[in-house]
Design a protein around this ligand. Sequence first.
Ligand SMILES: Nc1nc2c(ncn2[C@@H]2O[C@H](COP(=O)(O)OP(=O)(O)OP(=O)(O)O)[C@@H](O)[C@H]2O)c(=O)[nH]1
Ligand SMILES: [Mg+2]
Length: 272
Amino acid sequence: MVAVARSSRMMRSVVPTATKPSWTGPRHAGLLRAGQNRQGRFGRKLGNGSSESTRMTTATDAELMERGRKLFAGDWQFIWASPSIETLPPMAGVEVAFAGRSNVGKSSLINALTGRSSLARTSRTPGRTQELIFFEGPKGADVRLVDMPGYGFASAPKARIASWTSLIHKFLLGRASLARVYVLIDSRHGIKDTDQDILTTLDRSAVSYQVVLTKADEVKAAELAERIEATRTLLARHPAAFPDVLVTSSRTGAGMPELRAAMARLIGEHQR
Ligand SMILES: Nc1nc2c(ncn2[C@@H]2O[C@H](COP(=O)(O)OP(=O)(O)OP(=O)(O)O)[C@@H](O)[C@H]2O)c(=O)[nH]1
Ligand SMILES: [Mg+2]
């Protein structure tokens, strides 16, 4: 098996899967320690799911925010790109994936989280990310972010749409190391039919997932409040989803501390 590895944004090379890329740079060990609340991997899936990132106590909040900040201030590197389900990297650590329609802002969110302007490739044109792109966090954190191709990109050739769609659904259903999926929804548009397909797939998978509204800077406060409410109402039909939504803007940085904290908590739980 081989994987396409990028050592820079312009250059690609092929490395055998057995070879761990050596360009991951300095590492920061011991940034995380286990969280206070022990939860199994699926512990929040069906019950009081909103407690994790939206209803934390003040003390825990501050601690998690700081852990999240440190985690994402560490060294994040591209490690792998998979154009197919057969070329995925070996499973390791905690994986967190970002799914959503083309152009919703998945790659931009990864850049905003990591404080890097071009770790993930972004574009005004839909269809920019065409593979499953893996980024690895600081050493010791044992976490990877997965930037996914977008769905609902109507103007791409049908065969390519079918291939991306199949890759997305297979990955979400069959990846045991996937601990959380964030489903990104554009604040201007809300949940569409194609998003429902992904939510349905996630309901069938064993992974916990949460909706993240993106581009909050593009809508007025009243419209945003309506969108949040409408999204919550739709999510009520998906008991496997976190009932609450996270609101973000990669442009202004809004919601990033909360999202980082939620991931710090998730990782803490998995490290126990
Ligand atoms: N105003 C605003 N624009 C954003 C935000 N996030 C992303 N964008 C813009 O939206 C466009 C698409 O962003 P990407 O991050 O490439 O979107 P994507 O979901 O990765 O797209 P694909 O890879 O094609 O599926 C770019 O022009 C970004 O600058 C945001 O928070 N606010
Ligand atoms: Mg992208």
